[in-house]
Write a protein that binds this ligand. Structure first.
Ligand SMILES: [Ca+2]
Ligand SMILES: [Ca+2]
Ligand SMILES: [Ca+2]
Length: 328
């Protein structure tokens, strides 16, 4: 069952729960066999292109490149803390220049979603503000060196802008954590994520994804650190386009928009339910080589009144602990 909720008016922090930092082994989970539907699935709906796309990139113009930043570790704790100056090149005036991994893809995507929704006009400025000063969450205040989720950004921004937030709806979907395909792809239960995301886009919502590479040691699959993307279009057949904080356009895309190849599984009937999986090749551009991006998290936002209702599974979420894997 996909865990789904709607977050709006006055309850923006109600569903921020557990943080899970460690990669999670999947031994003992139920596996479903996908008979005859493996590989690329064509005929999925073609969604309209999001207007006015936003592409906040990680700071990458200096020595740090896309993956590393430098900061003045004023309290010498080996981490970037709120207010500590940072950049892609160390400043000679800093007293304790230190480097760290930039894990802020979730922050960039959340800011993109807000700009594409039209409630802010400068996503890069908001990103820089949050990257420096942090995004408060129930798990602590997160800056650029920590993983998070788009909802951290969106819900914090909503708390800072309650008048606008009162006119927004946020829906969050997680796929099952207990059922997967025999190839290790995790399944959504009775919910086709690609089709549903296309429906969101067609109805004017903004959508962000979270996905996690799979690791396999010969016995167990598990998800390691993942990635967050901002959806622009669900293509017909086997692609979607997005903006990606960790690179400029590559593969088949031009400009700032990236087009990645998808693969899906399902629908596969098992134990009275239909299962679906969705993944893509955001790492290497070759889905046949290694399907790295297992899409497990979808967040959608829209100004109210919401014109469509995707699902109504809030009660399920309340009963289940929320598993959070940080994405970078
Ligand atoms: Ca950098
Ligand atoms: Ca520090
Ligand atoms: Ca980019």
């Amino acid at each position: 069952m996909s865990a789904t909720t709607t977050v709006g008016r006055g309850s923006v922090f109600a569903f921020l729960l557990v943080i899970c930092l460690a990669p999670t082994a999947r031994a003992g989970n139920v596996a479903v066999v996908d008979a005859g539907t493996a590989g690329l699935v064509s005929g999925e709906p073609l969604s309209p292109r999001v207007l006015g796309y936003s592409d906040v990139d990680k700071s990458h113009g200096g020595a740090g490149g896309w993956g590393t930043n430098y900061y003045d570790d004023l309290n010498s704790n080996g981490a970037h803390d709120p207010g500590e100056p940072f950049g892609d090149t160390a400043d000679p005036s800093w007293t304790n220049a230190t480097s760290g991994t930039d894990n802020s893809c979730w922050m960039a995507s959340g800011c993109n979603m807000l700009q594409q929704l039209g409630v802010i006009s400068d996503a890069a400025a908001l990103y820089n503000q949050y990257a420096l000063n942090g995004v408060p969450t129930t798990g602590g205040t997160l800056t650029w060196d920590e993983g998070g989720l788009q909802e951290d950004v969106i819900q914090y921004w909503m708390s800072q802008n309650p008048t606008v937030a009162a006119g927004m709806t946020v829906e969050i979907h997680w796929r099952s954590s207990t059922v997967h395909y025999t190839d290790g792809m995790y399944a959504w239960e009775d919910w086709n994520p690609r089709t549903e995301v296309a429906a969101y886009l067609a109805a004017g919502w903004q959508v962000g994804l979270g996905m996690w590479p799979l690791s396999f040691d010969g016995t167990n699959y598990w998800h390691s650190g993942g990635h967050a993307l901002t959806i622009q279009t669900i293509g017909a057949g086997a692609t979607f386009s997005c903006t990606d904080s960790d690179r400029d356009a590559d593969f088949s895309a031009t400009g700032d928009v990236n087009t990645y190849t998808d693969a899906t599984r399902g629908p596969t009937a098992f134990a009275g339910h239909n299962y679906y999986a969705w993944y893509n090749d955001f790492y290497d551009g070759d889905i046949d080589y290694y399907p790295v991006g297992d899409v497990g998290y979808i967040i959608a936002i829209i100004p109210e009144p919401a014109s469509i209702a995707i699902t109504a599974l809030g009660a399920v979420l309340i009963l289940r602990p929320r598993r959070r894997i940080r994405i970078r």
